[in-house]
Design a protein. Structure first.
Length: 114
């Protein structure tokens, strides 16, 4: 998608602080971090929202979580804990319509989120 911010990051057209990339997944630090660690984990494929997922995407979604787990370990968060969340549509706070997992950690995280 030529007008998608995260597709531009995947393409290298907009700079980002990458922490992981592989054939399917790219991860980079959030520009407006909400915790000491705040990383966004995205598929290279443009998928606007969770509502656009189908069964064929199941391995890809699994890969997003595997990358989240790896980065959490790299950031030293595995024992203390961390949160992985994906917002769907504006009512839940989604502002970039290319699916992304938020990985948050490094401070106490309260529940429920606002
Ligand atoms: P959402 O609100 O869609 O769940 O999350 C979008 C996230 O993307 C926000 O946390 C926001 O700070 C982040 N973001 C927006 N624009 C940029 C950008 O240009 N670079 C990076 N690294 N993060 C961005
Ligand atoms: Zn996109």
């Amino acid at each position: 998608m030529s007008d998608c911010l995260f597709c531009k990051i995947v393409a290298g057209d907009i700079p980002a602080e990458l922490v992981h990339e592989d054939a399917r997944v790219v991860a980079f630090r959030d520009i407006n971090p909400q915790a000491p660690t705040h990383v966004l984990i995205i598929p290279r494929e443009h998928i606007p929202t969770i509502n656009d997922l189908d069964a064929a995407h199941e391995p890809l979604v699994g890969a997003l979580f595997s990358v989240a787990k790896k980065i959490a370990g790299d950031e030293g968060l595995s024992d203390d804990g961390y949160r992985v969340v994906m917002n769907c549509n504006e009512g839940a706070g989604q502002s970039v319509f290319h699916i992304h997992l938020h990985l948050l950690g490094g401070r106490p995280l309260h529940w429920p989120p606002g």
